[in-house]
Design a protein. Structure first.
Length: 328
């Protein structure tokens, strides 16, 4: 297939683009590089540096590309930021995604793989969370992902769109070539590794009074290569499935303090934390049921071990102490 990967120079998008190429697909990346890196675009992929809001450019790319499918990774994704800037999140994550869908359908592209989020569930009533759990987001970010999913269902029913919506829990880890390099870094594991590497003095832990064994949030971590593999499997399954909605999680969770201790063990270095107040919109526990992903797309995580995930990220960071900055 020929696949247009929106946001394919970002963390998850670049690993998915690399997986597509390894499977023999043709890849074109469309990314404005605001949060991605040109150096992360895998060799063999065409990189178009352009903004999703540039409708004329996007329309030309879609009209001339003869694409079989689109994968969409380009979204704002910080819960706390979405609480501060909700209008920006609705514009970027909903408005521009609907515009993309309209343009791709107009170009005759009817396969779409969407990066959704566990944030659609909000505060879980049962754990592990299954896909039939009520969707009551507690942040504008989660609401934007849910709104796109609702639009996809209607477009599937009325416009012939075949889609997969993959609800990530927490992507982490690195491949040999590709790793996590956000600026500034806000995700837990790379932030802990920045402390271990001497790049920052401590990691702020948001809240220690949650109803969990140690009072800190519990999260489900999945290796980024496993997430990329799920996108590939979902794309291939759309040949005979009209819609797929499933979680991408490990089925087990770790508290912030447990992840911190694992980072100390992996790196062999001290990792300081400082406790602060809770962040608005953060549920206490987010752990996935992965049963539907196993049934719907034949997916199970291969890297199902927290220390292995952290170790892969640490190895990448040791090889790239300044991230992608030396090659950008």
């Amino acid at each position: 297939m020929k696949v247009l990967v929106i946001g394919g120079a970002g963390y998850v998008g670049s690993v998915a683009a690399e997986a597509l190429l390894s499977a023999g697909h043709q890849v074109v990346i469309y990314d404005n590089l605001s949060r991605g890196h040109a150096a992360a675009a895998p060799p063999g992929a065409e990189l178009i540096v352009a903004d999703l809001a540039d409708t004329a450019r996007l329309a030309r790319v879609l009209a001339r590309g003869r694409f079989d499918a689109v994968m969409h990774f380009a979204a704002l994704s910080l819960v706390a930021e979405s609480v501060r800037e909700p209008a920006r999140y609705f514009h970027q994550n909903v408005g521009l995604t609907l515009q993309l869908l309209q343009l791709m359908l107009g170009a005759g592209v009817h396969r779409f793989v969407f990066s959704s989020s566990a944030a659609v569930y909000g505060e879980p009533r049962t754990v592990p969370i299954a896909e039939d759990h009520p969707t009551v987001p507690t942040s504008p970010y989660g609401q934007t992902k849910l709104m796109v999913e609702e639009a996809l269902r209607w477009l599937g029913r009325l416009a012939g769109l075949r889609f997969a919506s993959l609800r990530y829990f927490n992507a982490a880890g690195a491949t040999d070539r590709l790793g996590e390099d956000h600026r500034p870094e806000t995700h837990l594991i790379p932030s802990l590794l920045e402390v271990a590497a001497g790049k920052r003095p401590f990691v702020e832990v948001y809240g220690r009074d949650y109803p969990t064994p140690d009072g800190t949030c519990i999260r489900d971590f999945v290796h980024v290569a496993d997430i990329a593999d799920a996108h590939l499997k979902a794309l291939e399954r759309l040949d005979w499935e009209e819609q797929i909605i499933c979680n991408l999680g490990s089925g087990s969770g770790y508290s912030v303090l447990e992840v911190t201790e694992a980072a100390r063990r992996v790196t062999g270095r001290p990792v300081a934390v400082k406790f602060g107040p809770r962040r608005p919109g953060d549920p206490a526990v987010l752990v996935a049921s992965r049963s539907r992903a196993e049934q719907a797309i034949g997916w199970r995580p291969k890297y199902d071990n927290l220390e292995l995930i952290i170790g892969s990220a640490w190895e990448w960071r040791c090889r790239h102490p300044d991230g992608y900055s030396r090659t950008d």
